[in-house]
Ligand binder design. Structure first.
Ligand SMILES: *Cc1c(COP(=O)(O)O)cnc(C)c1O
Length: 376
């Protein structure tokens, strides 16, 4: 009998800056007496993030959800937007906060992303945009999505919350679509405790973003439009500046852990541990398996319960599907028979613990437990 972990082994653990370095940054902020409202730390963070992400223009926000809500305003979206049900609640919610109706499109089995072949059939006279999600950091079929958008005159707003640092054939992920949103929440691979950013190619978009996050104020005596408070503060920007120096190392460690997981789990029938995609620079922000009950012996839910008994705390991302939430299940596009792949996938997926502080022996033990529990 294998021993459970002594303490709960959570799905992730945030990267933390060196406390002394953070303290030095706080001293600078204290001396400046400017705590918020586009201070020096925020400006520095924006410059460094634009460089790191290769974004032409970039604005940071208090969180990714506000950034997504404001992106809809910047692109002047209305009516209906086609999106995926296999995502975090913030994706469709940001549309609703703009009085836009989310229209759910089924997903691809292998990438978990919106299936571009099914988008056209959902376009109506009310459709103004496509809002795909690079789920778990795996890029969407960006070429096909852009072709459809161009054909119908639609905007493309990417929820790139998981895709920090991801590239397609060397091109940064924010090169694609009209706007990309990144989340810097503490559970994400790169974080600023709470936070988010929008990346743009159009300088006018940045100008509007910077005004919208500050109540729509353009200058001391001009308020252009009803913005909100989406401002970043200096202390969180300082965390962001410090962690930007650590994130490449973190990605490298997570890559090693992912490779070890895959190498071991490959030998367990009914566990699909995914793979890298040719030409893609992945960020290894999540490690997701698919559990096939017929081959493995246990369902995803049964495996989840067993792992909890061993003090391993995985997550069923993204179960339940957004289309099955109380608030969206009565939408016409939420019908289960229209979303067969998403519904099936949501019952099979399990995100296992993955972060840079994990030991290789932790990975080996988690895999041994996954093997042992299926054998009874
Ligand atoms: C985390 C996340 C968001 C929201 O980001 P916050 O910074 O937490 O507001 C949006 N979409 C997806 C897919 C996410 O995972």
């Amino acid at each position: 009998m294998l021993e459970p972990f002594a303490k709960p082994f959570y799905i992730t653990q945030p990267l933390l800056p060196d406390i002394n370095e953070f303290n030095e940054m706080l001293k600078v902020i204290w001396a400046s007496k400017q705590l918020s409202n586009n201070g020096n730390m925020v400006k520095q963070l924006e410059r460094e993030l634009s460089d790191f992400l290769n974004a032409d223009f970039l604005s940071v926000f208090s969180n990714g959800t506000v950034a997504l809500q404001l992106a809809c305003k910047i692109l002047r979206l209305s009516g209906e937007v086609i999106t995926t049900p296999f995502t975090f609640a913030a994706t469709p919610h940001s549309l609703i906060w703009n009085n836009i109706r989310p229209v759910f499109c089924d997903i691809e089995e292998d990438t978990f992303n919106i299936n571009p072949d099914l988008i056209e059939a959902l376009i109506t006279e009310h459709t103004t945009a496509i809002m795909p999600v690079h789920v778990f950091g795996c890029p969407c079929n960006v070429e096909k999505i852009q072709q459809i958008a161009d054909k119908y005159g639609l905007k493309v707003l990417y929820d790139a919350a998981h895709a920090f640092g991801v590239k397609i054939n060397g091109k940064p992920i924010s090169f694609f679509g009209d706007i990309s949103m990144f989340s810097f929440h503490a559970t994400k691979i790169y974080h600023t405790i709470e936070g988010g950013a929008l990346a743009f190619k159009n300088p006018n978009f940045k100008e509007r973003a910077d005004s919208l996050r500050n109540f729509g104020i353009r200058s001391l005596d001009c308020v252009m439009e009803p913005g909100t408070n989406g401002k970043r503060n200096e202390s969180q920007a300082a965390v962001g500046i410090l962690l930007l120096k650590e994130v490449e190392k973190e990605i490298e460690k997570r890559k090693e852990i992912t490779n070890l997981y895959r190498q071991i789990l490959e030998n367990i029938p009914g566990i699909n541990a995914g793979r890298d995609i040719d030409g893609v620079t992945h960020n290894y922000s999540y490690f997701v398996i698919r559990v096939d009950k017929d081959e493995y012996g246990l369902s995803r839910n049964e495996l989840y319960e067993k792992l909890m008994e061993y003090n391993i705390v995985p997550r069923k991302y993204f179960y339940p599907l957004c289309s099955n939430f109380q608030c969206y299940c009565n939408f016409p596009s939420s019908a289960k028979q229209q979303l067969p792949v998403a519904n099936k996938t949501a019952d099979m997926v399990l995100s296992l613990p993955l972060h840079g502080r994990m030991l290789m022996s932790d990975v080996e033990k988690i895999c041994e437990i996954i093997k042992a529990v299926s054998e009874g």
